[in-house]
Ligand binder design. Sequence first.
Ligand code: UD1
Ligand code: CA
Length: 492
Amino acid sequence: MKKAFPKETQRAKSGGRQPSDVPHTSPTGTGRVAVAIMAAGKGTRLKSKHPKVLHEVGGKPILAHVIAAATKVVPPTNVFAIIGHEADSVRAAVQHTGIGFVVQAEQRGTGHALMVAREALAPYDQVIVLSGDAPLITPETITRLSEFHGAQKAAMTLLSADLENPFGYGRVIRKSAKSAEVLAIVEEKSAGARQKKIREINAGFYAFSVPELYSHIEELSTNNAHGEYYLTDMAGVLHRARRKVVAMKTADAGEILGSNTRAEMADLDARLRMAKCLQLMHDGVTVFYPQTCVIDSDVEIGVDTVIEPFVQLRGKTKIGADCRIGSYSMIEDSEIGDGVRVREGTIMESSRALAGAILGPYSHLRPGSEIGEGAHVGNFVETKKMRMGKGSKANHLTYLGDAEIGDGVNVGAGTITCNYDGAHKHKTVIEDGAFIGSDSTLVAPVRIGKGSYIAAASCITDDVPEDALALGRARQTVKEGWAREKRAARKA
Ligand code: UD1
Ligand code: CA
């Protein structure tokens, strides 16, 4: 069912924007420049219940990449996303960027998207139109398009590219091979056999003179294969009105790729991931077998850190210098200091490891874990909401949740903080220098005093004072000769 939008949401929403700071005069002398990002479409070819522009490539929504490029060219208040299909979720996903929104409640084509944005764009001289489903566009190309448009004094400039296989794209019909001037754009479905042979395609990015666009936009019609208002028809409309329409070819056809299908998305994702790895290597990070590493766009890594094959680094993860991140580790929204060794198969979520810490293999750091300087967390150790001090160790088979652990503490294999009583979570405190014998259960709330000693296999239910020994287990009994007698009885 189509969602109805109240009248006021049809207008651009722009947070606390004041009218005085709307016009952004481009440093390149192209006047007040806005960017409109078309992001209202459903993405039928994905067969998805989620809007196309919120599908992720390179670890974030496709639209977020386009917004990031746009806001490097003009301030966020000059950027408008035209949203429609699942508008609320699209808005919620990118609202933090500070851009404005225009709602195209019914998606009647790319031309219609710009009709709806008329009021928001009226204060500007030039509008750069981007596709919300083409995330590889760079700020440099957006700037070049804007400048080329200004220099040509054109009414419309379209970005074009020569493709080996132009199938599916709109084709650019130039006045002549040598001329920048364009007569029309012909969509695949309307193209004749000769036009289909044209390899110069319309990339789906444009610069328009705002007054020229809106003096002629009503001349668009829905008389075409999809019954939509095509923005591409503005080329023919403006040409017939004797306004200048030109094309600017991209140097890199890779930049204009769209994501109409899941296969195309996989391709974009691979390109973004590889570009990220190459950037990291350029900045002094070693990435072995980068084809196997999945590193999100916003991840930061210091020099001389080594990333082994098959590592995933996600979200806002930040890793220091001289670290080594072992294969099959997955680190998300976490912070890692300098010289940290993360051994194979470690999972780390919203956690921190300070300088010189050693994690893994196979440690699971759940949200809110902080591993202190030089501390060790080893095989099959699970932590959650836990702070561990300098040089402390929990090397094997342990659960430490809702715990405050001091410096120089040794947590023996098999130790468990019993933090949950079925209704509430309770805290365990282990003070500096305490020694927790293997297989101890610490029933929270409980405090283990500084320098104290917990005997192996103890169940500790009461606080242990400083420097004490606590035993909480059955006393060992030995029955001399019992086994020998048992064997003898069996033989008889
Ligand atoms: C479009 C161009 C085509 C070009 C290609 C480049 C048209 C008619 N065709 O085709 O010439 O070669 O891009 O990739 O423009 N959208 C809206 N509102 C709508 C319809 C679409 O906001 O009513 C948005 C979509 O969400 C998408 C963008 O506009 O982000 C482009 O629409 P899409 O349907 O993907 O156009 P293409 O078929 O790729
Ligand atoms: Ca597209």
